[in-house]
Design a protein around this ligand. Structure first.
Ligand code: MRU
Length: 359
């Protein structure tokens, strides 16, 4: 059972006022900002087991590819805490089993499996240490994964900001901000860095049916920072692009295949098509942990299908006639040819250059 607390008890690792995921100093509790309640309430849930965190990821308490990677690493620390008394072989087996359950909580965002894999490599290497030492070691790694993500966001932000107009409107989809990452944000990091560099930017945020990440989360974050933001329904994007009111589109990613195809929140592909038709640059910002060189192209990316219910109702109001189901793919794939550039902490890349950048 998780409990709600008004603040994460420690300052956010990113230095920001709020954080999607934090680990207690002792490595025995994980704090997740309950994103389903934003913007009405800002409260944290506390978790003491890896399975609880896995369920929170599935249920979207925490969401956004890099943030669920951080949450997954912290979940592994909780699994290590629970297994602290076990002999090395049993410890490794317990953490592998926990890792499988955490990695299965959402299928599309590759950061999740990436973070679990990184933790399990450390578990294998340090299993022979005594319980407290191997636990502290895994907690250090999980915090490093978190810290690296914040740093990656800042670097890609500075790189991406150079491509934004000095003045004008940037359109974004879903929430690829501090709430979706270790802190600062990918797409919103690019916008933040542009504003910090003195650009006069306004943001159009797609509301992002059905979870409304744009309306609830992106608008909240940007409004907090004093960056001008207006929300539009997803179907209004073509109208504003057609009128020449959008200077650039910047989005995040859940997985980028080896050929540069990009999986991101459902609706992203349509935006990329619109950008193409209207000659507007379409940028993707993502940490290298989102790049999946083992997946050859977008057709091989698993797309999460969520429940019909999430589309069929808004709050308590059922929208559909009884007996009618809704479809709910949570992500779509934008072909590499529609992506102008990908901003990562390794630099600005053409979608076709990923394999070469991997070295
Ligand atoms: O279903 P969500 O809210 O986890 O989807 C999030 C997105 O699609 C984001 O754009 C993506 O994870 C990038 S977040 C930096």
């Amino acid at each position: 059972m998780s409990t709600l607390v008004p603040w994460a008890p420690a300052p956010a690792l990113s230095g920001a006022r709020y954080s999607a995921a934090e680990l207690s100093a002792e490595g025995d509790r994980v704090f997740l900002l309950e994103q389903r309640l934003l913007p009405r309430r800002e409260v944290y849930c506390t978790y003491t087991t890896s399975d609880e965190v896995a369920e929170a990821i599935r249920a979207m308490v925490v969401r956004g590819a890099p943030a669920i990677g951080v949450a997954a690493a912290y979940a592994m620390v909780l699994a290590s805490h629970a297994a602290r008394g076990l002999d090395p072989a049993a410890y490794v087996a317990a953490l592998r089993a926990a890792g499988d359950r955490v990695a299965a909580s959402r299928p599309t965002a590759v950061n999740l499996a990436w973070a679990v894999r990184r933790c399990l490599q450390r578990v294998d290497a340090h299993a022979a240490q005594d319980g407290p030492a191997r636990h502290a070691d895994l907690a250090d790694l999980a915090r490093a994964i978190h810290r690296e993500d914040v740093e990656a966001c800042r670097v890609m932000g500075r790189i991406g900001a150079l491509h934004l107009p000095d003045e004008g409107t940037v359109l974004t989809h879903c929430n690829a901000g501090a709430l979706a990452t270790g802190g600062y944000g990918t797409a919103l990091g690019v916008i933040r860095a542009g504003v910090e560099a003195g650009k006069r930017l306004r943001v159009l945020a797609d509301e992002t049916r059905p979870y409304l990440q744009g309306a609830r989360l992106t608008a909240w974050e940007l409004h907090e920072d004093g960056i001008p933001v207006e929300v539009i329904t997803d179907s209004m994007a073509a109208h504003f692009l057609g009128r020449g009111e959008v200077g650039a589109i910047v989005v995040g990613a859940d997985r980028i295949a080896r050929n540069g195809d990009v999986a991101n929140k459902i609706g992203t592909y349509g935006l990329a098509c619109l950008a193409h038709v209207h000659g507007v640059p379409f940028y993707v910002a993502a940490p290298w942990s989102t790049v999946d060189l083992a997946t050859p192209d977008g057709a091989a990316i698993p797309i999460e299908e969520r429940s019909s219910e999430e589309v069929a109702r808004i709050g308590d109001v059922v929208l559909l006639p009884e007996g009618v189901r809704a479809r709910h793919p949570a992500f779509d794939v934008t072909p590499a040819r529609l992506v102008t550039a990908i901003f990562t902490e390794r630099g600005e890349l053409a979608p076709g250059d990923l394999a070469r950048a991997a070295g």
